[in-house]
Design a protein around this ligand. Structure first.
Ligand SMILES: Nc1ncnc2c1ncn2[C@@H]1O[C@H](COP(=O)(O)OP(=O)(O)OP(=O)(O)O)[C@@H](O)[C@H]1O
Length: 642
């Protein structure tokens, strides 16, 4: 029987439906730009047509994919979420089992969950929790709060030991699709492919992804051990055509792949890499210089190849870390507060020492938590006499000394709670409309509040008045025309932030009724006094630069966050910023520690394959051997020195 609309679909999607018809789980694999995300959307749409009563869950990592899927398939039977939210939604109501799972795991020395208690954890340990077990951005196991890593471990345990749970989820979702499967944890794959089998109910799991693009160390990498044509295994369907990249980039990408998969340009006239029935040629360049000046490379591309870096939608500069980008965009102070606080660093060193002494067979370090931070620091310095005295070094710098003095007399029990993470600042995952942590934004409440203020400013400045009226807190005050006039005056006085500090703008936005200081922010300030005192003094216009960066309005992105996206012009900066998990020299020499080499090869593959027209790679001061490899990969005339 010819199915509705199916013939219009690509052959690989038709193959997927053969698997679906035979109740076989499947894996759609293919190199970058082969159109996996595109196919995922088609599969979901077709499933909804063919199975109008079935519920479909789709899990994905990248913002680009969430947006694309939500925009293109807007249907009540489809729920798109992260894997973590999916798991939590499905286990959170089983509080009794959850509590018992955590206790069992905490008492198992092999398991990676530990409740910091001297004794074995009794079975009634969580009986008096008011809100039960909760899932949050941070971990407080004693209070029943689990975070990302624990969620995976606990979910795995529950599905492993309660086949009924698998039945419930299988009944709820007849189709479960997982995008970018290569970066999914092994535990998650085990839930869907091992533990689901313990239930007789029928549902279908589909994976989409590319083993060469597994760029996070905690992912499964590939599904090799699950591939097969028998029930419960995954049937692999390969996409070999490339629809994104021009010829030269496809050729380069084929060299970079280490698994022997060779892509060919698509024969599809409608594909983005086709022009008048021909696949585009494209351009690739390897630029190097002695001084490592990326700005000079950009100028070269602007003058000689007409790249327009101010067009953030078309042109991107990819750097390995947010830290490498902070100076270029202009949010260095904020980055240093969240990612380089020397005093909190010292506190973390102490905590790590204590933690390690618990694990190793060394004498256990016991401290008095009521002692002042200063006392504990001194104690630790005495113990580690051979090391440089960090405190003394730290105090030589006036700014650091000021920070140290803020904390030195506080009890250690209080200082230990100061937790700073750059994710709270630079997570690019937007919060959902309800503003809750639900959809997994790691931004903290202060940064979320600043985003809210800046959203108001941007909407007004860009003339999107209706949207502005929908988001501003002033909306509740508007009863008559005069109120709108007041609002206009208020927002106009807020828009020009000049040299105002973050604190001044927060207060200003509150007083003018544009963005009110809410309970969440108030609680945050009380709980995070040290952090707030630092952030509040930074100029608001520095935050505005960060905002533009996270909203994709600057030409910068990290190499990891660029996965799943595509741009006309891509400049890849090969600088590891001191992060020795990556080694770009060894990438070209094909040597070095295997794990580092593989990791670097994969990130480089991801970066190069983002380009739809032109790719340039910038390398600071390469050796002769690196240039020799680059010449082989890029072609002699495409290796230029500036
Ligand atoms: N069947 C198709 N017809 C027309 N355009 C397509 C088709 N499939 C994919 N494309 C386009 O080709 C480009 C690459 O597709 P897509 O982003 O889905 O690839 P991908 O395999 O998910 O890539 P990556 O692994 O790099 O994320 C996109 O611009 C997409 O819109």
């Amino acid at each position: 029987m010819v199915k509705e609309g199916l013939l219009a679909l690509e052959p690989e999607v038709q193959e997927i439906f053969q698997c679906i018809d035979n109740n076989r789980n499947f894996l759609l694999s293919g190199g970058a730009g082969s159109g996996k995300t595109f196919s995922l959307v088609h599969v979901i749409r077709q499933v909804i047509i063919e199975h109008p009563t079935a519920k479909v869950a789709c899990m994905t990592y990248t913002n680009a994919a969430v947006k694309e899927i939500e925009e293109r398939v807007n249907h009540q039977n489809l729920s798109v979420s992260t894997i973590h939210d999916f798991l939590w939604d499905n286990i959170k109501h089983f509080q009794k089992e959850l509590k018992s799972a955590i206790i069992t795991l905490a008492n198992d020395v092999e398991a990676k969950i530990s409740i910091d208690e001297e004794r074995a954890i009794p079975t009634d340990y969580f009986d008096n929790l008011e809100k039960g077990i909760q899932y949050k951005e941070y971990l407080k196991l004693k209070e029943g709060i689990i975070s990302h890593d624990e969620l995976l471990i606990i979910s795995h345990f529950l599905f492993e030991n309660h086949p009924k749970l698998s039945s419930i989820v299988k009944d709820k979702f007849q189709f479960i699709f997982i995008d970018e499967y290569q970066d999914t944890s092994k535990l998650v794959v085990a839930i869907f492919l091992d533990h689901f089998k313990k239930s007789q109910k029928i549902n279908l799991i589909g994976f989409f992804g590319d083993a060469m693009q597994s760029i996070y160390d905690d992912g499964i990498g590939n599904l090799d051990e699950y591939k097969g044509n028998t029930a419960g295994m995954v049937c692999e369907i390969k996409k070999t055509q490339n629809r994104r990249s021009p010829l030269k980039i496809i050729e380069l990408a084929n060299r970079l792949r280490t698994d022997g998969i060779v892509q060919e340009p698509s024969t599809d006239e409608g594909a983005p890499n086709m022009l008048a029935g021909q696949v585009k040629e494209g351009n690739i360049l390897f630029i190097h210089s002695r001084n490592g000046d990326v700005a000079a490379a950009k100028q070269y591309l602007t003058l000689n190849h007409n790249w327009i870096f101010s067009n953030a939608k078309e042109t991107k500069e990819l750097n390995l870390t947010h830290n490498l980008i902070a100076d270029k965009v202009g949010f260095r102070t904020l980055m240093d507060i969240y990612d380089g606080d020397p005093v909190v660093g010292l506190k973390n060193d102490i905590l790590n020492k204590i933690k390690n002494s618990n694990k190793k067979s060394l004498p256990k370090i016991v401290i008095n938590e009521n002692d002042s931070f200063d006392t504990i620091v001194d104690e630790f310095q005495l113990r580690n006499r051979q090391r440089q005295l960090k405190k003394e070094v730290l105090l030589q710098d006036d700014k650091n000394a000021k920070l140290y003095n803020q904390l030195k007399n506080k009890p250690f029990s209080e200082v230990r709670k100061i937790y700073l993470s750059k994710d709270a600042l630079v997570d690019d995952k937007k919060q959902n409309e309800e503003g809750d942590s639900k959809k997994g934004s790691k931004r903290d409440s202060l940064i979320k509040h600043l985003f809210k203020i800046q959203n108001n400013i941007v909407l007004y400045k860009t003339g999107r008045y209706n949207e502005f009226l929908r988001v501003t807190d002033y909306r509740y005050k508007i009863n008559q025309v005069a109120d709108k006039r007041t609002l206009k005056n208020n927002i106009e006085s807020l828009v020009n932030v000049g040299n105002k500090t973050i604190e001044e703008v927060i207060n200003n936005a509150h007083e003018k009724g544009i963005c009110l200081i809410d309970d969440k922010l108030e609680r945050f300030i009380v709980k995070n006094e040290y952090l707030y005192n630092r952030v509040k003094e930074v100029q608001f216009d520095e935050f505005q630069k960060l905002y533009d960066y996270l909203e994709g309005k600057t030409p910068f992105s990290t190499q990891h966050k660029t996965k799943g996206t595509e741009f006309n012009n891509v400049l890849v900066v090969l600088d590891n910023g001191g992060w020795n998990n990556y080694n770009f020299e060894n990438l070209f020499l094909n040597k070095g520690t295997e794990s580092v080499l593989k990791r670097t090869q994969k990130i480089f593959y991801v970066c190069c394959t983002r380009a739809k027209e032109n790719l340039a790679v910038f390398y600071h001061n390469p050796s002769k051997q690196v240039i020799a490899s680059a010449t082989e990969w890029f072609g002699a005339k495409n290796v230029v020195t500036i």
